[in-house]
Design a protein around this ligand. Structure first.
Ligand SMILES: [Zn+2]
Length: 62
């Protein structure tokens, strides 16, 4: 996915459980998906957000 903050960085979320960090994808009845845990970029734009039911939910900047 592309970083939702607009910086155009391409984010790669590892989904393989034997590698860290990895994310779990939940598929909902309505076909949307959620990611767990939240996505937190440690470099560049430092975006921190949840991806819930196909929508980005921003975490407040610390
Ligand atoms: Zn960004």
């Amino acid at each position: 996915m592309i970083c939702p903050c607009g910086c155009r960085a391409v984010l790669h979320m590892n989904l393989l459980p034997d590698e860290r960090p990895c994310w779990r994808v939940t598929r909902h009845m309505d076909g949307s998906t959620s990611l767990h845990p939240s996505v937190w970029r440690q470099k560049e734009c430092k975006s921190h957000f949840w991806f819930r039911k196909g929508r980005v939910k921003w975490c407040r900047a610390a």
